[in-house]
Design a protein. Structure first.
Length: 210
């Protein structure tokens, strides 16, 4: 009786060890290495087409620009760039809405966060994080905070911001009546052409797993 029991125990132990070896690698997912070229470096970004913030009504900017720094990073998600300044509209070309001209004051830094990379297309998916801005349209003043889904394409240097409902929230509102309230879920959409500051060089972002 003892030998069969001992034999069963050995087989069971070996099976458990084999199962453990099979499962262990799956639980140890390596962090993504994000290689930004050049790194570190400063960048500038200029809108391509209109930039639109919609908070029940569209607020359209025909001009917008941003600047900041970028650097390689490790992690998933991982911040690969910091937007240290971003402007919407100018005195000559103000942002507009049915409520009147729109003034947007960003509270920076915002971040560009990478989550997924497709080598075949050179596209990084992620989001713009730590978004915070005060928006004034006529008597209506409100604050927007949150994140905005985005992609970055190496071939064109386009940072395409395309947030979905719920990523951004209105944290305060005054003088807006029922048009904009804290229940409003804004969206932020628009494309930016990114270049290394003072050059025509398009930065590259590549994600890889060791």
């Amino acid at each position: 009786m003892k030998k069969p029991i001992r034999r069963i125990a050995v087989v069971a132990g070996a099976g458990a060890a084999a199962f453990g070896m099979a499962v262990a690698p799956a639980s140890a997912v390596p962090s993504t290495i994000w290689t930004v070229t050049p790194s570190p470096a400063s960048f500038t970004a200029t809108n391509v087409g209109n930039i639109v913030l919609t908070a029940n009504i569209p607020m359209t900017c025909t001009t917008s620009s941003a600047s900041g720094t970028m650097a390689s990073a490790t992690g998933n998600p991982a911040a690969v760039a910091s937007i240290n300044a971003i402007n919407f509209g100018t005195s000559a070309q103000p942002c507009t809405s049915v409520l009147g001209n729109v003034t947007t004051t960003a509270v920076t830094p915002w971040s560009v966060v990478a989550q997924d990379y497709t080598a075949a297309t050179g596209v990084t998916k992620g989001y713009v994080g730590n978004v915070k801005a005060k928006v004034s349209a006529g008597a209506c003043v409100f604050t927007v905070e949150g994140t905005a889904a985005a992609t970055y394409t190496n071939s064109t240097g386009t940072l395409a911001v395309n947030s979905v409902s719920g990523q951004l929230v209105v944290t305060s509102a005054s003088g807006c009546g029922t048009v904009v309230t804290t229940a409003t879920k804004p969206t932020f959409k628009g494309n930016y052409a990114v270049k290394v500051t003072g050059t025509s060089t398009i930065p590259q972002i590549v994600g890889s797993n060791p």
